[in-house]
Design a protein. Structure first.
Length: 299
């Protein structure tokens, strides 16, 4: 990322919220459930399937966690009522993982039971390393109870190939991504190439294993490596899919769909959009231009 982009990314916390909102609009379906439904329909028309995230994380009291669970219940009912091809993605800290692990598990269990009634899949997103073990423990518990849940592994973590082997042995579905949080070098690879190498290693372990695999990346090098691997291993298309974020590299999504691959788009919506948006903007190499244009009132 050029120097100016890095500078602006670092200054994001000082950027007015309305500017962040304007620039980040492309990454978010909107603030309401109706916005999410509209986006799911639109993506369905483009041949994609979805997983929807109600924005929010790190709640500090259990009543907020209960509100998260209620929002997911409404989302699942809407997906079912409209016959949309979509799962849901949840963040456990939004269900109170850091304040009451047992209650968090029960709230997510309720969501997963409702999802199961409608044949809807629940992906449990992975957050930063202080909650990695607790998050995987919740996934294991709910999967063992026969609920339709899956985990996420982050290729930047040094432990990920081991985690991939353990989850694959249990047949737990895994989404593999690079990882978005800032983690220290003792536990996480920092270099682009070493993260890619670990991604390839973990992907092979997952494809060799028993669970379904979601290849979540916009990195063309990794997409090409994944396509080679699935061809070589003759992995049936029902066992894996590609996943991308709303608003990122639509051309790559369309290319994969055209070539017959299943692509799931991660669709976030809700009023609590700030944390998600700033993470996305920090990854965007063209951030400087977008922020400046928004500040000047251009689209
Ligand atoms: C479906 C999905 C679910 C995810 N779930 C999690 C999760 O649970 N936990 C977690 O830690 N991380 C999650 N991530 C984020 C992931 O870890 C990465 O931070 C993110 O996907 C960028 O990595 P990349 O593999 O696309 O590679 P990169 O090398 O970062 O990106 C490749 C190229 O894609 C483009 N690009 C990437 N991001 C953006 C952007 N925001 N705006 C514009 N262009 C962009 C750029 O051109 C870039 O050069 C998820 C990602 C996806 C796609």
């Amino acid at each position: 990322m050029p120097f100016l982009d890095t500078l602006i990314a670092a200054a994001l916390p000082l950027t007015p919220r309305f500017v962040v909102g304007k620039v980040a609009g492309r990454y978010i379906a909107g603030e309401t459930l109706d916005d999410a439904v509209r986006t799911m329909r639109d993506l369905s028309g483009k041949g994609a399937v979805c997983t929807v995230d109600v924005l929010g994380e790190f709640v500090t009291d259990i009543s907020a966690a209960e509100r998260t669970a209620a929002a997911y219940a409404a989302l699942i009912e809407a997906i079912a009522a409209e016959s949309l091809r979509s799962g849901v993605s949840v963040k456990l800290t939004a269900f109170g993982l850091s304040i009451d692990e047992a209650r968090c598990t029960e709230l997510v269990r309720g969501v997963a039971e409702r999802a199961r009634q409608h044949g809807i899949f629940v992906r449990i997103d992975m957050e930063d390393s202080p909650v990695t073990d607790a998050t995987l423990a919740v996934v294991r518990t709910l999967h063992a109870a026969g609920l339709p849940v899956g985990a996420v592994l982050q290729a930047y973590l040094r432990r990920t190939v081991d985690d991939a082997a353990a989850l694959a042995a249990l047949g737990i579905p895994v989404r593999l991504c690079k990882g978005i949080y800032k983690e220290p070098p003792e536990i996480a690879y920092q270099g682009r190439e070493e993260i890619r190498d670990n991604y390839r290693r973990a992907l092979r372990v997952l494809l060799d294993g028993g669970g379904s695999v979601a290849i979540a990346t916009h990195d063309e090098t990794l997409v090409a490596a994944a396509r080679e691997m699935t061809n070589e291993l003759k992995t049936p298309r029902t066992r894996y899919e590609y996943q991308m974020l709303l608003g990122v590299r639509d051309w790559l999504r369309d290319e994969l769909i055209k070539s017959g691959e299943r692509v799931r788009v991660y669709v976030p919506f809700g009023s609590d959009w700030y944390g998600y948006s700033t993470r996305r903007l920090k990854e965007n190499p063209e951030i400087a231009g977008h922020v400046f244009r928004a500040m000047l009132g251009f689209k």
